[in-house]
Design a protein around this ligand. Structure first.
Ligand SMILES: [Zn+2]
Ligand SMILES: [Zn+2]
Length: 152
């Protein structure tokens, strides 16, 4: 499982492997140090609490590369423009194939878990029934927590 921690001070991402369980991550840009606590469940590939802020609220989303999706669409448009001059059926075939490919890539794409509180990302974690897709209500609660902490 790969964990990406976002620095609390400068937001720079630092990626590390949960298996190597470092005691802390040190930001390469500003030197801010954050303690890492790998729970026993996490060693097993499951995220129960965030390793960085010990928050138990995480959401899951598809680990989908938007750039890859865009590349497929652009390729399809180029194919369409090229083929429409001589074969309109083939031209539409390009668009259909792209939609299909996009759908397949999305379906096959693994999930990643993300901490609501500190946005740490867990790639390659085993799916957990407790983790739901992004919920704006939960996120808003953490956002107001963050504002409060910053004001103090
Ligand atoms: Zn930093
Ligand atoms: Zn966290």
């Amino acid at each position: 499982m790969k964990i990406t921690s976002y620095c609390a001070r400068c937001l720079k991402g630092t990626r590390f492997d949960a298996a190597s369980s470092p005691g802390a991550v040190v930001c390469r840009r500003c030197g801010e140090r954050r303690d890492v606590t790998i729970s026993p469940l996490m060693r097993d590939g499951k995220v129960d609490v965030c390793a960085l802020c010990e928050c138990g609220h995480l959401y899951v989303e598809k680990d989908f590369s938007a750039w890859l999706g865009l590349a497929v669409i652009l390729g399809a448009v180029a194919g369409f423009l090229w083929a429409q001059a001589f074969d309109i059926v083939l031209a539409f075939g390009f668009l259909g194939a792209a939609a299909l490919l996009d759908g397949v890539m999305y379906r096959l794409c693994p999930l990643r878990a993300i901490c609501y509180r500190c946005l740490a990302t867990y790639q390659g974690a085993r799916p957990s029934a407790e983790h739901k897709p992004y919920d704006l209500g939960v996120a808003a609660r953490f956002a107001s927590d963050f504002e409060e902490r910053r004001r103090r």
